[in-house]
Design a protein around this ligand. Structure first.
Ligand code: NAD
Length: 506
């Protein structure tokens, strides 16, 4: 008999997981950075070699299309590894930092050391990639990792098989299955850091629980991403981009286009093209076709409760005057939801303010740059955005003013496609950055070190204090720190300070 979620939570031996992680971390730390990269490369080859099996399992658990599973999960893993295999040695190398003249003779360094055990809690929309990317970033930086995957898409056994096949140190990456209760219990084991990807509501709970033990958290949360379309765009490219950005993964992406603002001069043409493209997407007509095994362009909604949110947003918009241009409902008795375009939308509607996380694209008209920046920023979220214009100067100007963590220009959801770039949000979309140099630093103790020489001399600011020392220090400071430096005065007061220190000590 399968255990109930309550029993699973009851049976979790949190302390045992952390003990195993602690022992594993000691082994990971002994590996050189190149040895860790070699293991990452093996993991990558394992994923590529087992692509079909993994795609099958992802599709079975999420309901996404095979192409979505391939391009958003397997491809993204390949690209992640390709970036870090080359970048990691440089990113993790000791850094030499500037040492002020006033500290002459000393050396300043920054060392990146592992934190210990990282707890990675993941959602259901990109289950493999959302586990692989933070867990491997933690491993590269020398940490052990405990993953708590979504109860809806656990991908049971995948990481265990991968770690064994590739020869990772035992328990370097452990996976603990269960729902939010298990996640909460794992927090009580006091990880050295929590990397959470999921909803705002859960993010807040995790942060509150972590605060009581001062556990650092990184939160990758939801979004309500705007697309801004100016009057000089190529209609076909932009319409295709918006349709893909809104409907890829059936809209279940944190950076999906959730609202579009289109300049009034191109609104009619763009709307016509977006509707034409959406109507042409391959999608099941009824339950029989949904179950026929045919290929579609959109998969289904993974978690049934999400369909209620999507319906609520549509009902709310229609009741406030929006018009459904196409789509608008779920395919009866299935979890497929029609790709839906809405016009006549306003900012008091739920779908313009909250995350729908489904295949909805509300489109609103605007007439000038200032107005559209204000509309785009009128959100509790700040994850990502896209700006569409031939005028790249304008696009960059607008990108600079958007209060989001990422902006793609004349493209959509593309910043996260480049693993050299940091990824993360502002406002309710969370904080912290993953990927790029920030992605590794986030899992490190960023340690400052000063190297000084051993000698019989003492530093002049050490004890004892005296009025002469006070006055000499004043001269030294004024000569060195004030707007125009006085080098002669600096040299003479520096020498006096040195000899004062030494004289007083010797
Ligand atoms: P969710 O918050 O419901 O669950 C995420 C994870 O948290 C699951 O593993 C769940 O079991 C666990 N959890 C739930 N309650 C917990 C608790 N009290 N303590 C510890 N763990 C707990 O999110 P979801 O529905 O799985 O995912 C969808 C959300 O994730 C969307 O809002 C989406 O925008 C967001 N998301 C964000 C990003 C990003 O990078 N910003 C990426 C993907 C998804």
């Amino acid at each position: 008999m399968e255990k109930s979620p309550e029993d699973i939570a009851k049976d979790i031996d949190v302390a045992a997981y952390y003990k195993k992680a602690e022992n594993a971390q000691k082994e990971i730390e002994k590996l050189s950075i190149q040895q860790r990269i070699d293991l990452l490369l093996k993991a990558n080859d394992y994923v590529m070699d087992n692509q079909e099996k993994l795609v099958d399992q992802i599709c079975r658990e999420t309901g996404k299309t095979r192409f979505d599973a391939l391009s958003n999960e397997v491809f993204s893993i390949g690209d992640f590894v390709d970036y870090y295999r080359k970048a990691t040695p440089k990113l993790l190398a000791d850094r030499k930092e500037h040492t002020s003249l006033i500290m002459m003779g000393k050396q300043s360094k920054v060392l990146l050391s592992p934190l210990g055990t990282i707890l990675v809690i993941t959602p259901w929309n990109y289950p493999l990639y959302q586990m692989f990317m933070p867990a491997m970033s933690a491993f590269l930086t020398g940490n052990a990792c405990i993953i708590k995957p979504s109860e809806y898409t656990p991908l049971k056994g995948v990481f265990e098989a991968l770690c064994t096949a590739c020869g990772f140190p035992e328990n370097a990456i452990q996976v603990v299955y269960g729902d939010g209760r298990v996640g909460g219990q794992l927090l009580d084991g006091r990880p050295d850091k929590i990397h959470f990807t999921g909803s705002v509501a859960t993010g807040k709970k995790i942060m509150a629980q972590a605060a009581s033990q001062l556990i650092p958290v990184e939160l990758e949360l939801g979004g309500n991403d705007p697309a801004i379309v100016f009057d000089d765009v190529n209609i076909s490219r932009t319409a295709n981009g918006l349709v893909w950005g809104a409907f890829t993964n059936a809209g279940q992406s944190c950076t999906s286009v959730e609202r579009a603002y289109v300049h009034s001069a191109v609104y009619d043409d763009l709307m016509k093209e977006v509707i034409r493209l959406t109507a042409a997407l391959r999608f099941p007509e009824d339950k029989a076709e949904a179950n026929s095994g045919k290929e579609f362009d959109l998969g289904y909604i993974t978690v049934p409760a999400q369909i209620d949110i999507i319906n609520k947003h549509i009902d709310d918009a229609v009741s406030k005057g929006a018009k459904i241009e196409c789509g608008g409902k779920a395919v009866e008795n299935t979890q497929f939801f029609q790709p839906t375009i809405l016009s006549g939308v306003t900012h008091d509607m739920l779908m313009m303010q909250e995350e729908s996380f489904g295949p909805l694209l509300p489109i609103m008209k605007f007439s000038n740059e200032e107005e559209v920046i204000e509309l785009a920023n009128d959100s509790v979220y700040g994850l990502s955005a896209s700006v569409w214009s031939k005028d790249l100067k304008r696009a960059l100007r607008v990108a600079r003013k958007l209060k989001t963590g990422n902006v793609s220009v004349n493209n959509v959801m593309l910043t996260e496609g480049n693993h050299a770039l940091p990824f993360g949000g502002t406002k309710d979309s969370g904080f912290g950055r993953i990927k790029g140099s920030y992605g590794l630093e986030g899992f490190c103790n960023v340690k400052a070190v000063i190297l000084d020489k051993q000698s019989k001399l003492i530093d002049p600011h050490w004890y004892p204090q005296s009025a002469t020392k006070y006055n000499t220090m004043t001269d030294l400071m004024r000569a060195f720190f004030m707007k125009s430096k006085k080098w002669l005065k600096f040299a003479s007061s520096g020498m006096k300070m040195d000899s004062l220190g030494n004289k007083e000590k010797l």
